[in-house]
Design a protein around this ligand. Sequence first.
Ligand SMILES: Nc1ncnc2c1ncn2[C@@H]1O[C@H](COP(=O)(O)OP(=O)(O)OP(=O)(O)O)[C@@H](O)[C@H]1O
Length: 241
Amino acid sequence: MIEFDALAKRYGAYEAVHPLTLTVRRGEVFGFLGPNGAGKTTTIRMMMGILVPSSGRVLVDGLDCHRDAAQVKRHVGYLPDNPIFYDYLRGREILRFVGEMHGLARPAAAVRADALLDEFGLDEVAEEFAVNYSMGMKKKLGLACALVHDPAVLILDEPINGLDPRAARDVQDLLIGRAAAGKTIFVSTHLLDMAQRMCDRVGIIHRGRLAATGSLDELRGEADASLEEVFLRITDPAAVP
Ligand SMILES: Nc1ncnc2c1ncn2[C@@H]1O[C@H](COP(=O)(O)OP(=O)(O)OP(=O)(O)O)[C@@H](O)[C@H]1O
């Protein structure tokens, strides 16, 4: 379970995330939707202990993401918006290294890395340097790194942004598999197709404020508007925040 309790972030005088209160249930796939600059990455960086909240807090399975940041990392798999690797390590080496950093014994990390490389279709490039990976391969490797310690919770920042349709579908299928296995997934995106395919509930963030939350049916409402119509209405630049 993820509990946001009036979590807020200011950059100087600029309020990037207004106090955010929200609960994501265990086993739920929650889509955090918003246009560019809405505050999605800032929120996720607070969840990962990378940014210090200006006020409020966020808890993952009872652990405070700021105070207990190290424990949270054991519990959570994180895919950053732009995964960066040691360029001159090979895919397999990176995944083993991340596994060992999470406390797996060397043989166990090797077995786990091989299984994920196989599942993610990266086995053919496993001996290639990550610097030579395509964007799709980097996202898949990043996701494999997020999963190497079999965390209960996944926090994913724009997992299919910039991917071609096949790679995007591959990544979504991998995530849908994880959701079916009971993982709690918090995924930020501005790609509504993905939200529609994967998410149990979504929240729409606009100018740092959570403007709407609910299941897709709830957001579409009685008018049965498409998610795109709902999103465009809520995030209309002319709308008063
Ligand atoms: N370090 C910073 N200093 C000042 N302002 C910042 C900083 N980081 C982000 N911002 C501002 O905070 C707001 C929210 O940014 P954030 O990156 O969280 O948005 P986002 O929803 O993830 O956007 P995108 O979809 O474009 O990645 C933006 O207006 C951004 O310019």
